[in-house]
Ligand binder design. Structure first.
Ligand SMILES: [Zn+2]
Length: 487
């Protein structure tokens, strides 16, 4: 018998250009896929779920989350990017065991699902050993979320490294691709996450970017987020070596000038903006508006749960209101008021759903409630004061909803959250896993009274900048031997 569910009588925000919005509509799900969207659909043998008074929409897509950092929730809330780098990337990361990474990815993926995020691009850059990578992947699989496991090549400064040569990291990513994620059609698929351009010799950057092509998977990297430094720059250098391509997500991009952002657009690269982290840590203005002007389709991401929220409501709101502020500023600078707002809550919804699917190369499968696509569906509403009544439904969802309003979450047609509770999850056990990882790792670092964030060593930023400048300069003397994409 076919497994079928009919979500009946909700406000359907399909995010599909042809189907649009149905103030009262039904969504029929069969065998994990969207079978039909419309009004008055016959239930047939389907289980009927009354969603009247609720919004039915595609699940959110987060295009950049370091899920492994979930146990360290909030530690960076008052930190700059430099503070984050020194404490999390150079101290917390090397102290994480494979079990800690498992806890982060498992509990972090559950947190995402609870908030209606059905797909994450897991920028997984705590692969200190092959067991870390296995554990990170297992956490995603056990949570049941749709994800791209983007194997991070970042070499955390561990005392006795398991990988003693860069090539061993590339080989380990190949192991995962061949042995665990060989299919591009599963719930969890493979990607690679590059080390920040400039932090490693450019030969290694080339090898990391080429590995994505050799494995036949997308890549993701942090780009243009460190003002006044060559680290995370390198767009001309990547372009020179034919390493910009459509299957590549560039995260942040705040520092890129118009020419380099246009270069990304011309190569059909994708962008991911993390408004909450960027506004806090000194990365600058989210790139959403500038990307839109270039015809790009910006996506959104939560980035670091070690600092900020893990829900896309927050990212949509911060991204939208920031861009509105930028546009309103033009009028305010002339001592005028804007006559209208030209970015809408529906634009923000698109950034958080369809554009994310597009960025991850998954738009043929997810991102809208289009018949034939996978049934990654969320239902938002319920008897909560913050959504009662929804005088303007879409306005309420974008401007006022939060994870507690997410009633049902389905991934590939399977209920992972139902009636406000995660399905089949032992919550106490999950919380215990994260708590144990938090206490173990932070306890090890702060034993003996050490601060979690020690003062920066003298000239620390200058050293990074000098190394990055040297690595980028080297790019121009390395022979170009990567064929242009599509060549
Ligand atoms: Zn990041």
């Amino acid at each position: 018998m076919r497994e079928a569910v009919l979500l009946q009588g909700g406000y359907v925000l399909s995010m599909d250009a042809e189907l649009g919005e149905l103030p009262v509509g039904d969504v029929l799900i069969e065998d994990g896929a969207i079978a039909a969207v419309g009004a008055g659909i016959e239930a047939g043998g389907a289980e009927v779920v009354d969603v009247s008074g609720h919004v039915v929409m595609p699940g959110f897509v987060d295009t950049h989350r370091h899920t492994w950092q979930t146990p360290f929730r909030g530690v960076c809330a008052d930190w700059t990017l430099g503070d984050y780098f020194r404490a999390v990337r150079m101290s917390i990361s090397p102290n994480c065991s494979a079990e800690d990474v498992y806890a982060g990815n498992f509990v972090g993926a559950l947190e995402a699902l609870d908030a209606g995020v059905t797909t994450i691009l897991d920028f997984s850059h705590c692969n200190n050993t092959p067991e870390h990578a296995d554990a990170a992947l297992q956490g995603l699989l056990d949570a049941g979320i749709r994800a791209m496991f983007a194997y991070g090549y970042y070499p955390a400064p561990v005392a006795s490294p398991a990988f003693t040569a860069h090539g061993q990291r590339l080989a380990d990513a190949r192991r995962i691709r061949e042995q665990k994620l060989s299919s591009d059609h599963g719930l969890v698929t493979m990607g690679v996450a590059l080390t920040e351009v400039g932090l490693v010799p450019f030969e290694e950057t080339i090898a990391e970017a080429r590995s994505a092509r050799e494995l036949g998977v997308p890549s993701v990297l942090h780009t243009g987020c460190n003002w006044g430094s060559p680290a995370t720059e390198g767009i001309p250098e990547l372009d020179h070596h034919h390493l910009l391509c459509a299957e590549q997500v560039h995260v942040h991009c705040n520092t890129l000038d118009d020419r380099n952002l246009r270069r990304l657009a011309e190569h059909d690269c994708k962008v991911s903006s993390s408004p909450e982290t960027e506004l806090q840590m000194g990365m600058g203005h989210p790139v959403i508006g500038r990307a839109l002007e270039l015809g790009m389709r910006p996506s959104l991401s939560c980035d670091v749960i070690s600092s900020n929220s893990g829900d896309m409501f927050s990212q949509m709101r911060l991204g939208l209101q920031f861009e509105r502020c930028m546009r309103n500023d033009v009028f305010n600078a002339r001592n005028q008021m804007p006559e209208a707002l030209d970015l809408t809550v529906r634009d923000a919804l698109r950034w958080g759903t369809a554009n994310g699917a597009h960025a991850m190369g998954l738009e043929h499968r997810i991102g809208s409630l289009t018949p034939g696509k996978q049934a990654d569906v969320i239902v938002i509403g319920g008897r909560r004061l913050n959504l009662s009544p929804m005088a303007d439904t879409v306005g309420c969802i974008v401007a006022q909803a939060n994870p507690a309003n997410v009633q049902h979450v389905l991934v590939a047609g399977r209920f992972l959250k139902r009636d406000g509770a995660l399905v089949g999850v032992e919550l106490d056990r999950a919380i215990g896993l994260a708590q144990t990882a938090c206490e173990r790792v932070l306890g090890a670092i702060t034993a003996g009274g050490q601060p979690l964030l020690p003062p920066a060593p003298e000239g620390f930023a200058d050293v990074i900048d000098t190394i990055a400048a040297r690595h980028l300069a080297r790019a121009w003397s390395i022979e170009v031997d990567t064929p242009a994409p599509g060549a």
